[in-house]
Every structure is written in C-alpha cells, then in structure tokens.
Design a protein around this ligand. Structure first.
Ligand code: FES
Length: 212
C-alpha cells in the first residue's frame, strides 16, 4: 500500500494535460488493448503522467487519465493510492525505496534504512529540506535473491550494506549516477566469488555406453 498521502490543496494544480509527445505515447498505449478494455491502460498512463509531473501524481492528472479511459475518477484514484510506485504527493528528486520485506529484513534491511535516515537526516516517509531525497520503506521489489536492496528512481541497488548504501547516497549527492546492481562484487545473482558448479567437464570413465 502506498505510504504517501494526498498532497494538500495548495500543492494541487488545477489542471493537468499530457504534453503532445506524451499524448501520442498514451494513445499508443491505449491502442494496445482490445475495444472495451481501455481501462487496462490505467497503470502505464499513471506512470506516464507521474514522469511528466516531477514524479508526483496530482488529482488533476488522475482525473485526466480517468477521462481518457472513460472510467470514474475513483477507479483511477484507487489504483494510484494502492501501489507504492505512484506518489500522490511530491517526492524528492531521488526517490529511495528500501525493501524491508522478510528476505531483505533477514539480510539486514534495518541497517539500510538506518544508514539512509542517518546520512540524510530524515526519517522514512520524509523528504530532505533541499528536496533532493525522499526515503520510504516498501514491500518486496522482487529482487530477494540480491537482498538487501533498494530502488532509487528506476534503478535497483542490491547486495547492500550500510557502507555501500552511504556511498550510493554520496554519489547521488555529487550528481553522479552510481552503478546499479549488486554492490558486493557479485555478477548478477551468481554466487559471491564466482560459479561453484559446472566448473569443468570430466565425464566418468564408464559414461560411454552406460545405456547398454
Ligand atoms: S524481500 Fe526485498 S526484494 Fe524481495
């Protein structure tokens, strides 16, 4: 469930409309679905609207998507308020989502949350005063094999510890883009230190003709 609440009225723009470029993208997305199933485009259209609006979804954008799909506004709002991928209030430039579900928790996600909070001087659910970082806790992001992990923007940072977490945050603060993926030297989800099986091919001496 989304950890974000609706933005207050003073932060709600009156109107929202897709740019010409995004309108073309939205129409192409809608056209992928059979007639009468256009509401299936709700998720990608909300994502498109959010990317256009500094990673936050105002009510005007939700209304705009609902009108495009000819569905009641509440149908779109209930989707937008359910998934953590949608932000109903503005978030920082770097949106940090730390997974704290069981596999990540068993592998030390508490330390990742603590490292983010201490380094940035905020609590989960808050945004730094300079508007650069928002940190939230989220449920499983599907990268449990590389636990613990966090998502920053569209990128997964995996196999974290407190030190590598702080290094990533420092890199972002310097305006760099730290290399996503495992932070402990693993290649994707391969064993740490390299493969441990199928290292050589030594067929047993009696392998030939074993079927006789
Ligand atoms: S539990 Fe963290 S990615 Fe699945």
């Amino acid at each position: 469930m989304s950890g974000m609440h609706l933005a207050p009225p003073e932060l709600q723009p009156k109107d929202f409309a897709f740019t010409a470029e995004n309108l073309a993208k939205a129409q192409a997305i809608i056209a992928k679905y059979p007639a009468g199933r256009q509401r299936s485009a709700t998720l990608p259209l909300l994502d498109l609207a959010q990317r256009q609006h500094d990673n936050g979804l105002p009510l005007a954008a939700i209304r705009h998507v609902a009108e495009m799909l000819s569905v009641p506004e509440i149908r779109v709002l209930e989707v937008a308020s359910f998934y953590t991928m949608y932000n109903l209030a503005p978030v920082g430039r770097h949106f940090v989502q730390v997974c704290t579900t069981t596999p990540c928790w068993l592998r030390g996600s508490d330390k990742i949350v603590a490292a983010c909070e201490k380094h940035l001087g905020i609590q989960c659910g808050e945004t730094t005063p300079d508007g650069q970082f928002t940190v939230i806790e989220v449920e499983c992001l599907g990268a449990c094999v590389n636990a613990p992990m966090m998502q920053v923007g569209d990128d997964f940072y995996e196999d974290l510890n407190a030190d590598s977490t702080v290094k990533i945050l420092q890199g972002l603060q310097r305006g760099e883009k730290p290399q996503p993926g495992p932070q402990n030297g693993r290649q994707t989800s391969a064993p740490l230190g390299g493969p441990t099986t199928l290292l050589s091919f030594n067929p047993p001496a009696n392998a030939a003709g074993s079927g006789e």
